[in-house]
Design a protein around this ligand. Structure first.
Ligand code: SF4
Length: 706
């Protein structure tokens, strides 16, 4: 559309997994404005604070990496080089590492902010041609427990429902999530629904009194790590009151007896004690859920980022199975994806443990199918390094070279000091990013300038399986290039066939073909349809198929016998990393309303700093009293991994025994003592390999300057 010299284009927000539609207006000088797209299915014109300030980020190039930089040895600073020199060096180093140490000596660490085409190419390159499964993503830090939870229950990583089910539900259980801050437009839809229908009930499970919890009819402020006991207790109460769907359980599920035995093994009284909530409230939650017609559970990092994250997921999903609340309108388990394209990444197999189109890395037939499609001899059966394993392997020297795209592990990974050591120890680090503000760039032996949002074309999938097309609106600054072009060029420098694509559209066409006859079939989709008909939800198996709002309406799941499976959690709390006399408090980290990840983008926008201008330790008044801390004091928090030093905010928003710190900040005025991940552990969920950011044993004291 052209209006008075301005160009108007529709696209999708590049921050969270809600996936709001945005209208971008570009003036003749190339400056952009943004507003919510009133016709978009997801947000109907609304945008949150982050989304409505996206134009500041798009217009400001002051921090951008503008040309490739390289250093010849660790002793030297990086210097500007040509793209040819940069990619020649990258391919020479990767080739020599592979020759000398084997393909598993190299790896890629990418991002849930990559477009699907980028994810697809990075995976094809790594798993197909570099012959290693060492490709993982920062989505490992947020959604991998959900992936395994869905797979264990439904047979595949499949979100069953749509946002439009929100307006059909009469009961929500929001667990370990603060959508009021982290998925604001989705939360606004829940708020509006309740404003219209006050009888709709909202239960929140969270150790903190968040804005989401303040809106709830019932807040279960549990002790961190006790979620499984709580959901099992709710299951027990549902069973005891006969508020379960026997017919659904009998006809459409497996393993119910084992689940029944487990939920009956702990009394409600015992469960209440373990979880730190009242028995009355457990009963109330169960009664609300059991008496509702259409029940949706939603969850995010509070469940996923845990050493028992997968088990927390299945324990919550079990409540949807026991009540038969899945595969029907207004009902089902609904994970809230953190990043804008974490879902697209999962679809193309963007993790060390996955294969494209939901095929299984452990299955030799699946590996052969993928290898044949890409025209390579084989896909390695050896699982690649997951995110934390990758940095462990760099530290130990088994992984020699790493290529990091669009993510800032120095701030976002657990145990930051270990990440520092790992990157210092690496033989060769490539960082491909848009901004010098990423603290990780200083470790780059090769720094590659990438195109940002609006500067490249591609697709993303949001939390409800909705695929959107993002057009290229702006010219990249300097010598920045689209990630997919950089990767294809690198593949060509490596001498690999099959990377001479003429466009992103050609890559997408190849990927769509790959999905044919799978459960995520989008062979009926194309850029043409996305541009002309707008976003659509997979599966979309034919060119006239309108997309699929809801899965499993026929009650046939993706498991071999088409039944959903009750998974019995192995473990019920976080005892293995519990508190001690030395570290008596539990630290939980999280996000604040106006910042995104490590602030490389939102940190540039002055008006986004006013809400929560600096990181603080939130501590309960009782703990503050015990530890002699007053509001505004600088306090020192220590774990076995490190230290942070921040101002205290004394508040009953956190329960006794728990402190909270936001995860966004890296360095503040040259000090990294505001970086919450100095404290966190690299301990991971054994099934999903997702690290635990919600339970770190710490000590706290008032800091007195020496
Ligand atoms: Fe963007 Fe998420 Fe805000 Fe929507 S809710 S505008 S997708 S950050």
């Amino acid at each position: 559309m052209h209006m008075r010299g301005n160009e108007t284009v529709k696209t999708t927000c590049s921050y969270c997994g809600v996936g709001c539609g945005i209208i971008v207006t570009k003036d003749p000088q190339g400056k952009v404005e943004v507003k919510g797209d009133p016709d978009h299915e997801v947000n109907k014109g609304m945008l949150c604070s982050k989304g409505m300030n996206l134009h500041y980020v798009a217009n400001d190039h002051s921090d951008r990496i503008l040309y490739p930089e390289m250093r010849w040895s660790k002793m030297h600073p990086t210097q500007r080089v040509s793209w040819d020199d940069a990619l020649r060096r990258a391919s020479a180093v990767f080739s020599s590492m592979i020759k000398k140490y084997g393909p598993d000596s190299v790896g890629f660490y990418i991002s849930g902010q990559c477009l699907t085409e980028e994810y697809y190419i990075a995976n094809k390159l790594t798993k197909g041609f570099l012959a290693t499964n060492n490709i993982d993503t920062n989505s490992r830090l947020c959604m991998s427990s959900t992936v395994v939870g869905y797979k264990n229950t439904f047979g595949e990583d499949a979100v069953p429902l749509s946002y439009k089910d929100i307006e059909l539900a009469d009961c929500f259980l929001l667990a370990g999530a603060n959508p009021a801050w982290c998925h604001p437009i989705l939360f606004r839809r829940i708020e509006k629904h309740k404003e219209k229908h006050p009888e709709v009930k909202i239960i929140v499970v969270d150790p903190r009194k968040t804005d989401t919890a303040n809106f709830a009819d019932l807040h279960l402020q549990l002790i961190p790590g006790t979620d499984i006991v709580l959901y099992n207790a709710i299951g027990r109460r549902l069973l005891e009151r006969g508020l379960i769907d026997y017919e659904f359980i009998k006809n459409h599920t497996d393993n119910y007896q084992k689940y029944r035995e487990q939920i009956l093994s702990i009394s409600l009284k015992q469960a209440a004690k373990i979880c730190g909530v009242s028995e009355k409230d457990i009963k109330k939650a169960a009664d609300i859920i059991g008496l509702s017609e259409r029940y949706i559970s939603m969850w995010a990092m509070g469940l996923n980022q845990s050493v028992i994250g997968t088990d927390k997921n299945v324990a919550l999903i079990n409540l949807s199975l026991i009540t038969g609340q899945v595969g029907k309108p207004g009902a089902g388990p609904f994970s809230l994806t953190g990043q804008p394209n974490a879902m697209g990444g999962r679809e193309v197999g963007g993790m060390a443990s996955l294969l494209a189109v939901h095929k299984d890395l452990n299955n030799p037939v699946h590996r052969k199918e993928v290898a044949d499609f890409w025209g390579v001899n084989k896909i390695s059966s050896k699982p690649g390094f997951s995110a934390t394993e990758m940095f462990d392997a760099l530290e130990k020297g088994t992984l020699k070279a790493i290529w990091i795209i669009g993510t800032n592990p120095l701030v976002s990974m657990p145990n930051s000091r270990r990440v520092e050591k790992a990157l210092s120890n690496a033989k060769f680090v490539v960082v491909q990013d848009i901004s010098h503000k990423s603290d990780t760039t200083k470790f780059a032996d090769l720094l590659l300038p990438a195109a940002a949002w609006l500067e490249k074309e591609g697709t993303m999938t949001n939390s409800e399986r909705r695929i959107s097309y993002l057009p290229k609106v702006l010219q990249e600054p300097g010598e920045a290039r689209a990630d997919v072009e950089i990767l294809c060029d690198f593949a060509n420098y490596m001498g690999f066939r099959g990377f001479n694509y003429q466009s992103s559209e050609e890559i997408y066409r190849e990927y769509c073909q790959m999905t044919k006859n799978t459960n995520i079939d989008i062979s009926g989709l194309s850029y043409f349809r996305l541009k002309n008909q707008g976003s659509m939800q997979w599966p979309i198996p034919t060119p006239t198929h309108p997309g699929t709002a809801r899965l499993f309406e026929d009650r046939k799941f993706f498991t071999p016998n088409q039944k959903a499976k009750f998974n019995v959690p192995y473990s019920v709390n976080n005892a293995s990393i519990g508190t001690s006399v030395q570290y008596p408090l539990i630290l939980t980290t999280g996000r604040i309303r106006d910042q995104w990840h490590t602030m490389t983008k939102t940190g540039k926008v002055a008006r986004l700093k006013t809400h929560y201008p600096y990181p603080r330790i939130e501590i309960n008044p009782v703990d503050a009293y015990i530890h002699h801390i007053s509001h505004g004091d600088i306090c020192e928090v220590k774990s076995k991994n490190g230290t942070i030093r921040l101002k205290a905010k004394v508040t009953d928003a956190v329960r006794e025994g728990v402190i909270f710190a936001p995860m966004h900040w890296g360095k503040i005025l040259q000090s990294d003592l505001g970086r919450a991940n100095n404290l966190t552990n690299t301990i991971v969920d054994p099934q999903s390999k997702e690290p635990d950011f919600k339970f770190t044993a710490v000590s706290i004291s008032r800091y007195v300057k020496p």
